[in-house]
Design a protein around this ligand. Structure first.
Ligand SMILES: Cc1cc2nc3c(=O)[nH]c(=O)nc-3n(C[C@H](O)[C@H](O)[C@H](O)COP(=O)(O)OP(=O)(O)OC[C@H]3O[C@@H](n4cnc5c(N)ncnc54)[C@H](O)[C@@H]3O)c2cc1C
Ligand SMILES: Cc1cc2nc3c(=O)[nH]c(=O)nc-3n(C[C@H](O)[C@H](O)[C@H](O)COP(=O)(O)O)c2cc1C
Length: 767
């Protein structure tokens, strides 16, 4: 094949090398706008896995690169005058300039023609003479932008400003240095890439950048200001830029996250940064470029594969990898953009939050990297959780939490789950076994399913209720069992179905009206849940009084039944949620319009319940922290205000769920997908929160808790199939102090032994 590569960055060069290695008869030319040896930037970092990939693909260049790597293990986080050092991170760095020299030499050796000072114009007719034109022309790709529609380009310009500098100061550890100034916080990411040189990236918010006057400074002035700001880390070494002599380079930049729906159009194929970018804070841009190059060369040389099939496979396979990395990179980008949320953390927790920011590194990963450091974090967590009384080194999920005078034994909760199995609202033997089993399964706190305050407030005929004495007696039997046979606490979730009421049992048709015997439904406004559901009647003030009083009556019954805690269900599109979300609330009175107005009635109900509930016992509220409807619905920022408003009325915990507030929601699912909302409410609102949503491993729970993203972790579906989830986690983590029913002690110790043996065998296999 006759191939042109535009751009002699890592992508273009490595693609040319990888093609020639597979078939030397390919004719490959590279066109680079800059002169040889002239490039932007300083060092790049790789993981061990990337090194394995390049060694396998081309052992010759792999060996030269590996010989010149700078290795380091530690990460230093400087914050609030302290330095937190953790080890075992295993980074590898090399100068970008040196990497490109090695790749240029190798490409030449393999017969690739390199043309420097060759600015390439996408409109030039010469590109038609090539079978393929590889657009490896970087993040600002002209080849991509002149044909943006064909590639389906999506560019997200991020908020912070950064400048990529270098220095002769040699950092022993990967260094994050955060400095508070009169203009706001500014920080550096610094790492060594050669025996005498380090990369030094300075980053800050746009406001801080402007307040410093960086927008009006020349490059030299900016550098001088950064030298002064970070003088204590530089030990007299200077900062330098090598961007000034390059075409189209600026000193300070905003990171641009680039994504393309299609990576090929006509004979042009996007490779590396031209196709996708990953934020510099996860250091994976060069890795992606090299791995793209390997993959593309591999599919193009696969016998029997047509060109189109090869390109399809290239994108299908690489896209998945890129999306995963871009997701992690987005988490990391956002962490730095919302730094203010975490600055009140103590330095140790701040460092933990920083290390786990992308969600690629978890609690147990950190234990493998630096056990001693991680155990220090665990001790710190336990000390805080127990007002300094405990010196325990143990997983955070087993630490207690005090809410008012109630102590929850550990941080795992059974999330509320409707069982649709009651008759006339009365829980029965199924509920007795269901809740009893989950209580002895080890969770610290059990939530009941949404228990309805009136017959009309039920979702389905099978919902549990709290409106008569039978209900109190049946619930009391369950609560008494929980208290007598476990250390779990039990919280009554109270709700009213609103427009989502009068529907079938969950498994007979979710949100589908009954075939017969429907009852009239009420909501904030006359807005149907869906075309198939009944039109609700918009509540009058008399309705509001009646429903508020039903909630209060249910709270009093909850006291009689012996519950430890009450939760108000104000999420998922049910009655109170229909007031909060603008998608359901179309009222024009003082209960509609602004968020303040929309919250008025739910807050009134909560306040009345709080007044009826003993002041030494806690209350929580479940909210939907987003409507998954963009700016048209509740946003994550609104959710902070909602949490704060309920906290002012006496809520001790915000149970942070999301969505289900309108039928056409567009959720973004994934592991722990709702936890970022909890993080935001907890750390912007400084409120206690519970995270929920696709959290299923002990490692998830421990990472969330230690990083301060929530105070409690709720699991719903995992508990449906495994009531003993918490005890199993204790066995897995070899934590002995959890309460095990004496009847089950033998099983627990056997499970712990077996899991330990299996873990040791797996570790031995890895070695
Ligand atoms: C601050 C910062 C820190 C980073 N840190 C890391 C890190 O630690 N680890 C890591 O792996 N990655 C890092 N990256 C990302 C990394 O630099 C890129 O992801 C990587 O270089 C992408 O390689 P590429 O070949 O696709 O593009 P580039 O390296 O950008 O190469 C594109 C080449 O094309 C040339 N070119 C562009 N247009 C034309 C034209 N019209 N005609 C001719 N030539 C043209 C350019 O001059 C350039 O040489 C960082 C990036 C930034 C901004
Ligand atoms: C069968 C089932 C019933 C549920 N019923 C309720 C409920 O009554 N009240 C409530 O607030 N959430 C309810 N939920 C939502 C869960 O509490 C939880 O928020 C959701 O399932 C996400 O958590 P998970 O990924 O751990 O399952 C229910 C979920 C399931 C699977």
């Amino acid at each position: 094949m006759k191939i042109a590569c535009v751009g002699a960055g890592p992508a273009g060069l490595y693609f040319a090398i990888s093609m020639k290695l597979r078939d030397p008869s390919h004719e490959i030319e590279i066109f680079e706008r800059n002169a040889p040896g002239v490039t932007f930037g300083w060092g790049v970092v790789f993981s061990d896995l990337t090194v394995d990939n390049i060694n396998r693909n081309d052992p010759v260049s792999g060996r030269t690169i590996t010989d010149e790597f700078a290795h380091w293990d530690d990460i230093d986080v400087h914050i609030h005058g302290e330095t937190i050092t953790s080890g075992g991170h295993g980074f590898i760095g090399i100068g970008r300039k040196r990497l490109l020299e090695i790749l240029c030499d190798r490409a030449r050796e393999l017969g690739v023609a390199l043309h420097f000072n060759a600015e390439s114009d996408p409109a030039d007719p010469k590109w038609h003479d090539y079978d393929l034109v590889i657009a490896s022309d970087g993040a600002n790709s002209r080849f991509r932008d002149t044909n943006a529609e064909a590639f389906g380009v999506d560019i997200d310009v991020r908020k912070n400003k950064f400048v990529w500098l270098g220095t002769s100061k040699v950092f022993d550890a990967f260094t994050f240095a955060f400095e508070e100034t009169e203009h706001g916080w500014i920080w550096a990411h610094a790492y060594r890439f050669a025996p005498d040189a380090s990369t030094f990236i300075v980053e800050c918010s746009e406001e801080t950048w402007k307040a410093f006057g960086f927008d009006k400074m020349s490059q030299d002035e900016s550098i001088a200001a950064c030298e002064e700001l970070f003088a204590k880390y530089l030990d007299g070494h200077r900062l330098q830029s090598n961007a000034s002599h390059l075409v189209g380079s600026a000193a300070w930049l905003n990171f641009r996250r680039i994504r393309c729906e299609r990576w090929a159009s006509g004979n042009v194929i996007l490779l590396g940064d031209a196709a996708h970018t990953a934020h510099f804070s996860i250091g994976s841009g060069t890795k992606l470029a090299l791995e793209d190059a390997i993959k593309l060369a591999e599919v193009l040389n696969r016998p029997g594969l047509s060109l189109q099939a090869a390109l399809d496979e290239y994108q299908a396979e690489r896209n998945l990898e890129v999306l995963k990395l871009q997701n992690s990179a987005r988490n990391s980008t956002e962490w730095f953009e919302t730094l203010g949320r975490y600055l009140h953390f103590e330095p140790l927790q701040f460092a933990y939050s920083l290390l786990t920011r992308s969600q690629r590194i978890s609690h147990e990963n950190l234990r493998l990297r630096d056990r001693e450091w991680l155990e220090g974090v665990e001790r710190w967590f336990w000390k805080r959780a127990t007002d300094g009384k405990s010196n325990k080194t143990a997983p955070p999920m087993f630490a207690p939490l005090k809410l008012r005078e109630l102590t929850v034994e550990n941080r795992i909760t059974v999330s509320p789950m409707a069982m649709y199995s009651a008759v006339e609202g009365t829980p029965n033997d199924f509920h007795f076994v269901h809740y009893g089993e989950r209580a002895i399964g080890g969770a610290g706190l059990l939530f009941t399913e949404m228990t309805c305050v009136s017959p009309e407030g039920r979702i389905s005929p099978g919902c549990t209720g709290m409106w008569n004495d039978d209900h109190v007696a049946a619930w009391k039997r369950i609560v008494d069992f929980v208290h007598a046979n476990s250390t779990a606490k039990i919280c009554l979730q109270l709700g009213h179905s609103g427009a989502k009421g009068s529907t079938k049992l969950g498994w007979e048709g979710n949100e589908v009206p009954l075939d017969q015997g429907n009852w009239p439904v009420i909501a904030a406004s006359n807005v149907r849940w869906s075309a198939a559901n009944q039109a609700p009647r918009a509540m009058t003030r008399a309705d509001m009084d009646a429903v508020r009083d039903q909630f209060v009556a249910a709270v009093r019954m909850g006291i009689d039944a012996g519950f430890d805690m009450i939760e108000l269900h104000a999420a998922h599109g049910y009655l109170l949620s229909s007031f909060i979300t603008p998608l359901q609330n179309k009222r024009t009175d003082e209960y509609g319009g602004s968020l303040e107005n929309r919250l008025r009635y739910p807050l009134e109900v909560f306040a009345a319940m709080r007044a009826a509930w003993p002041s030494d016992k806690p209350m929580s509220v479940r909210i939907s922290a987003t409507d998954w409807a963009g700016e048209d619905g509740i946003t994550a920022a609104d959710a902070v205000e909602i949490g704060e408003a309920f906290a002012r009325e006496g809520a001790d915990l915000i149970d942070v769920s999301a969505g289900q507030t309108w039928a056409d929601q567009q959720p973004v699912y994934g592991r722990m997908f709702q936890t970022p909302f909890s993080d935001r409410i907890r750390n912007e609102g400084r409120l206690a929160t519970m995270a929920v949503g696709n959290i299923y491993e002990p490692d998830h729970a421990n990472s969330i808790l230690a990083a301060g993203r929530a105070d409690l972790v709720a699991l719903a579906r995992p508990h449906l199939v495994d009531p003993f989830w918490t005890l199993r986690a204790a066995a897995q983590l070899d934590y002995r102090d959890v309460h095990v029913p004496p009847q089950y002690l033998n099983g627990m110790s056997q499970l712990a032994r077996n899991l330990k043996r299996e873990a040791e065998a797996a570790a031995a296999l890895r070695v």
